[in-house]
Design a protein around this ligand. Structure first.
Ligand code: NAD
Length: 287
């Protein structure tokens, strides 16, 4: 697939969690095909770093940053007002923000994330960001898209764990008793599965108003994890395709259909093993 087939010259994308590892890559993918981007994140420092990097690399594009907490509708509405003040209209929403507890190398990942004693503050907090936060943004920006009589695209960043169970053997460390082994938390599976339900719902809700909703379900993406981890995940994860590399952006690994059936309304079932740029171009620009 040639990226030149897709253009987003007139588009403005609002990307939540834009200061994080993948937020910047989503932005890059869209900038490459002409979109303007508004990066948002709860962390101003992270935003600053991402936006500086992107401005250096895409001097021709319009790149903005707005600090925004997706758990607060007020904060999202304020962000929307700032965008409207710039005479911009968000026609692409990427729901990417999450509290993503990385098991490997995350010293904060404690045994309180084990199912038997799961910390209920973490349960509420992670759901509030990863699932409710997506709904909050859809309510604000999706409604604007639906009322505009223009096109709109909502893309929820899910995970392979929307589709499959975590294989906790991936995270197992030698010499640690079973009951103290770190695990991928239950919240992650619940949030990412919930995002697929949200995607299905929204994909038909505004379909007659030209607003599409899809989800991407990447597997684990390479970010300097140890060789041992890479080898373990490659051997254990179904389809045996995780942690692929690509030259410009990290590759998606999962070859599964994750949303509901393609419909006459233009819902796209995703995702094949395309790289991010191609996936984003495809999903965000198809009529
Ligand atoms: N990295 C991977 O291997 C991988 C694989 C599959 C899916 N995903 C998903 O991709 C998305 C991005 O992952 P990542 O690896 O870039 O994570 P990350 O932790 O690097 O980025 C997440 C960003 O969300 C921000 N955030 C947290 N709470 C927020 C809030 N209340 N409001 C606004 N922003 C908030 C954080 O500050 C952070 O910058 C997540 O949804 C994650 O679940 C990641």
């Amino acid at each position: 697939m040639d990226l030149k087939n897709f253009t987003l010259d007139e588009s403005v994308a609002f990307i939540t969690g834009g200061g994080g590892f993948l937020g910047r890559q989503h932005a890059e993918a869209l900038l490459k095909i002409g979109s303007s981007v508004v990066l948002s994140d709860i962390s101003n420092d992270k935003l600053e770093q991402s936006v500086n990097y992107l401005k250096d690399n895409f001097p021709e594009n319009k790149i903005f940053k707005i600090q925004c907490d997706v758990t607060s509708t007020d904060s999202i509405v304020k962000a929307q007002k700032k965008i409207i003040d710039k005479a911009l209209f968000v026609d692409i929403l990427i729901n990417n923000a999450a509290i993503d507890p990385k098991v490997v190398g995350d010293i904060n990942m404690e045994s309180s994330f084990r199912l038997e004693s799961f910390n209920m503050f973490e349960w509420d907090n992670q759901i509030k960001v990863g699932l409710t936060g997506a709904l909050n943004c859809i309510k604000v920006f999706g409604t604007e898209m639906a009322n505009s009589n223009k096109r709109g695209v909502i893309l929820n960043i899910a995970s392979d764990l929307s589709v499959i169970s975590p294989d906790q053997r991936i995270y197992k460390k030698d010499g640690i008793p079973d009951e103290l082994q770190q695990v991928k938390p239950v919240t992650y599976s619940v949030i990412k599965s919930g995002l697929i339900g949200l995607t299905r719902y929204v994909s038909t809700y505004w379909s007659m108003k030209g607003v599409r909703c899809n989800a991407l379900s990447p597997g684990g993406i390479y970010n300097n994890q140890s060789k041992e981890f890479v080898s373990r995940i490659s051997n254990l994860i179904p389809l045996n395709t995780s942690l692929r590399y690509s030259s410009s952006v990290s590759a998606l690994s999962l070859q599964n259909i994750i949303t509901s059936l393609p419909s006459k309304y233009g819902l796209i079932s995703s995702i094949c093993s395309l790289d991010f740029a191609k996936s984003f171009g495809f999903i965000c620009s198809s009529p």
